[in-house]
Design a protein. Structure first.
Length: 296
């Protein structure tokens, strides 16, 4: 078990560690948590906090096919107990970014993030899922995430929460955020599990410095990509990084640019077969230029 001695005189961070552990213990389900593990610093943090809390959990990594190879190897080497989950279609075939793009008939974009929904967000249904989500990462997460979050909460659930005096807010996407993690919050979460998924975010109020302090003080090794200047680890070519970030990815992992081009060619072929409008997408290179903002 990891020690907390280095946090004993460190004031706020010590409190945050203790609070995170209490949160994990408070909401622990009898079957154990589903811990969403990406290999990044935040998911490492909740993994080791769960170990310290002594709660039952099984950690899962969603294989996206576009994560940096260094990250995948880091997980395999340092977290051999993490389960690799491969997304599959209704026929049991493994879904990758390369066969998903032709199916969707367009590249993923900031507004059409079908890749996240298909490759990352299908696991953990019906489970209490522990995540490393932090509000400090974005204004959107600050609005839509709390210690316990229930995506896609229906009206009946909200009525039940009101009946038991729960303090909650509704998210723009139809979920609810439970605002307290006391015994009442525990009762709330018991009502929520029937909706299919409950997110428990023990480090929701941590800053980035808190995460690094926790990892470094406990001698926990991190992925080498952080030492190369990357602040967040994610899919290669992700459109959420903007065009400049995408180009840097393709400079760093050149062969993945080739993978995307091959997928774009298959996408063009599908569009032609179905008589869909092509516009300026005559070649995969045209699609890449459009994707990177070099074509109108």
């Amino acid at each position: 078990m990891l020690g907390q001695t280095k946090f004993a005189t460190d004031g706020e961070i010590c409190d945050k560690v203790e609070i995170a552990i209490k949160r994990l213990k408070a909401f622990e389900p009898s079957e154990g948590y589903y811990l969403a593990f990406s290999g990044g610093k935040d998911s490492q943090c909740v993994y080791h906090l769960a170990k310290m809390a002594g709660v039952k959990f099984d950690a899962h990594y969603n294989v996206t096919s576009v994560d940096p190879p260094e990250l995948v190897q880091f997980i395999k080497k340092n977290y051999p107990d993490v389960i690799f989950d491969y997304p599959r279609n209704n026929k049991g075939k493994v879904i990758t970014m390369w066969n998903l793009i032709p199916v969707e008939r367009m590249p993923p974009t900031r507004l059409a993030r079908y890749c996240c929904e298909t490759l990352k967000e299908t696991s953990g249904k019906g489970r209490y899922t522990v995540t490393g989500v932090r509000q400090a990462e974005s204004a959107n997460r600050k609005r839509n995430q709390g210690v316990v979050t229930v995506p896609n909460a229906d009206e009946k659930l909200q009525e039940e929460l009101e009946n038991i005096g729960a303090n909650f807010t509704q998210t723009p996407r139809g979920g609810v955020v439970l605002n307290y993690d006391d015994s009442t919050g525990r009762r709330m979460s018991e009502h929520c599990i029937r909706t299919g998924k409950v997110l428990v975010n023990p480090i929701i109020d941590w800053e980035e410095d808190d995460v690094w302090e926790f990892l470094n003080s406990n001698g926990i090794e991190h992925c080498c990509l952080y030492d190369e200047g990357l602040t967040r680890l994610g899919c290669i070519g992700c459109p959420m990084k903007n065009a400049k970030g995408q180009k840097k990815d393709f400079e760093r992992w050149k062969k993945y640019e080739g993978f995307y081009l091959k997928a774009f060619q298959r996408m063009i072929d599908v569009r032609k077969q179905r008589g869909l409008k092509i516009d300026k997408w005559e070649t995969p290179e045209d699609v890449m230029k459009w994707w990177l903002g070099e074509l109108d």
